[in-house]
Design a protein around this ligand. Sequence first.
Ligand SMILES: Cc1ncc(COP(=O)(O)O)c(C=O)c1O
Length: 369
Amino acid sequence: MLDDDDRGPTPRTGIMQITPYKGGEGKIPGVENPVKLSSNENALGASPKAKAAYIAAADKLELYPDGAARGLRAAIAETHALDPARIICGAGSDELLQLLARTYAGPGADEILFSEYGFLVYRLAAMQVGCVPVTAPETAYTVDVDAMLAKVSDRTEVVYLANPNNPTGTYLKSDELRRLHAGLSPDTVLVIDAAYAEFVDDPDYEDGIALATEFNNVVTTRTFSKIYGLASLRVGWAYGAPRIIEAIDRMRGPFNVTTPAMAAAEAAIRDTDFLAQGLAHNRSWLKFLIDELAPLGIVPNPGVGNFLLLKFPNTPGKTAADADAHLRSKGLILRGLKPYKLGDCLRLTVGREEPNRRVAAALKEFMGA
Ligand SMILES: Cc1ncc(COP(=O)(O)O)c(C=O)c1O
């Protein structure tokens, strides 16, 4: 423990109240090769072409990256038919989410709004800035547009919406998303975090790109960490109104994304065959997990990403903590959700065939089915 004399400079008010983000666990003491299903990583890994591009980039490690990420922005623009001038790349979409808070909200009375079970980084971003994090209750683990709009004030600078959301796996349909946007002032930035957009094929889903094209107060973020399997490299991008992109561009570090990461991301986005394989894998194994686990009464909603929210009873012996211990005894690591105040839930990432079957069998055994 530090005594008062050793304490040194005092951080800004609120900084020490931040609970640091903890990534999904990957180790179980005494267990060799546990299966990590705790971070919504890609079950199939990364594209071989992305790996080759990453290795090739090792040849020029002495050179600074292209700070403007021209090659990667061009590849993203081509893939999604977008104007590259409206795209910015970041060290993971996390960086871009944080830059948005820092750009539009300041310490004091400014507010940042998100839903009750919204992705944890939103609260972190608000607290790092020193503004007021405001949450709106959800209904059936889904964002409730009326509840969100009821929490909007003239101090709301940023609204974050993960669509679909992690950890709940639910999404706002297009008409509801547009109703949320319509209820906001043109001075409030609506951030549509579409980290899992590629996985969703429901016709009533939209990823935010059209809204960000139409309106000056909308920006959408995407990531290479999920379907592209490049989480370790930290690459994300945002697309939005030119004024928003130009503003956050001024807030980023000059070389915020590394050359090998950009090279791998560019190869990954062009490898449409690998993308198709990943999507097909997720579609069939997500369905398998829902079909196997829903009859156990532990799937509160079907989920549309590469993960499932599992909700356990409060009965002693059958709780989420008990389920977690049972799964760990079999070398299977899911994500506990206490930081989301979802202590009765676990989050399961879709894995490869063998772990998916093992999880289903272990949970059937656990629930006594
Ligand atoms: C909803 C959501 N947004 C953003 C991210 C962050 O992704 P990245 O790896 O691009 O920082 C995640 C990662 O889990 C997520 O679940």
